[in-house]
Design a binder for this molecule. Structure first.
Ligand code: FES
Ligand code: FES
Length: 160
């Protein structure tokens, strides 16, 4: 199959690559750009492990064809904080025991970030709704909601 040129902005960096048009966004992120923080769970839009932010909205990158991202801006977990400068959500997840195996965590953080970018003062129900597409098999969710709520209460969301 003829390769096509894909141009997009990933974590603030302009990207231009030739790809097989059958690739999904998650394939390009993980296999072409080595951004392996984005996880694949179900591969069919059910688990949210592959969540990234596209043009300010969360998407399941397993359901988005890479060429649908032409000239779009994408944020992955690699674009949120850094190892020596964690994002307030990442700090709060750590402090609140919201990470166990960690497989769901990148998607959870991005779903929370997308919420707080739009609404820095969500209530607990709004937080639950925002992460309702993200499954976690380990934590029972309470600590995740607590972690996000703590960022909201600390006012850190205004600095995200
Ligand atoms: Fe995409 Fe599960 S891997 S929703
Ligand atoms: Fe293991 Fe959420 S921490 S799936």
């Amino acid at each position: 199959m003829d390769h096509k040129t894909l141009k997009m902005n990933v974590n603030g960096q302009p990207i231009e690559i030739k790809i097989d048009p059958r690739l999904r966004l998650i394939d390009v992120l993980r296999d072409k750009l080595q951004l392996t923080g984005t996880k694949e769970g179900c591969g069919e839009g059910e688990c949210g492990a592959c969540t990234v932010i596209m043009e300010g909205e969360i998407v399941n990158s397993c359901l988005v064809m890479a060429l649908q991202c032409q000239n779009k801006s994408i944020i992955t977990i690699e674009g949120v904080g850094a190892r020596d400068n964690l994002h307030p959500l990442q700090e709060s997840f750590m402090k609140n025991g919201a990470v166990q195996c960690g497989y769901c965590t990148p998607g959870m953080i991005l779903a929370a970030k997308a919420l707080l970018d739009k609404n820095p003062m969500p209530n607990r129900d709004e937080i639950k709704t925002a992460i309702s597409g993200n499954l976690c098999r380990c934590t029972g969710y309470s600590n995740i909601v607590n972690a996000i709520e703590q960022v909201v209460k600390a006012g850190d969301a205004n600095e995200l």
